[in-house]
Write a protein that binds this ligand. Sequence first.
Ligand SMILES: Nc1ncnc2c1ncn2[C@@H]1O[C@H](COP(=O)(O)OP(=O)(O)O)[C@@H](O)[C@H]1O
Length: 191
Amino acid sequence: MINIVLFGKPGAGKGTQAEFLRTKYNLTHISTGDIFRFNIKNETPLGKEAKSFIDKGELVPDALTIKMLQDEVEKHPGTAGFLFDGFPRTVAQADELDAFIISKGWQITATIGLEADDDVLVARLLERGKTSGRADDQDEALIRNRYQEYNEKTAPLIEYYKKQGKYYSVDGIGSIADITERLSLVIDKLN
Ligand SMILES: Nc1ncnc2c1ncn2[C@@H]1O[C@H](COP(=O)(O)OP(=O)(O)O)[C@@H](O)[C@H]1O
């Protein structure tokens, strides 16, 4: 069992890289952003609740997000491991994830942060917004708000995982293939 948290600011490339890593290491990919978007599209009660926060560039409240994550994990018994993408995003979520994973007799193997400058990332998001249909990528004010949320609530997780000796940083600037290679180098050394 190998459980990896893919970490990074909005636009850092988590989703793109998760696609490759999922296949390469046979992991179950859980993207909280994708699950929220799926629920919003299908107008489920969870989607309706999450939408009001996402539309403002705010984080969805912890209780809702944590419950959703746990439900998703429970859907995959017998998996070789999980690739968490977009979760945890707050210290409370990280605490809950630790407790939940430990209650299953597992552990978080590593947190890998994809690092890049804000200017590069904002440009990437605006570019993505032209084709993704994601409203939160089309408005620079919303993007800035997501960075503020990141800086206040998510950035402290770097120290959180460093203290546990589980934080690995990877340069997120370069070709997609180069970055996959950098991530693979980290993952291959874990076992
Ligand atoms: N773990 C989480 N906790 C709270 N809100 C979340 C979480 N994951 C996703 N969201 C919400 O869904 C939005 C989109 O998520 P995601 O696609 O992962 O974003 P990004 O491209 O900004 O990294 C976030 O801006 C946030 O509102």
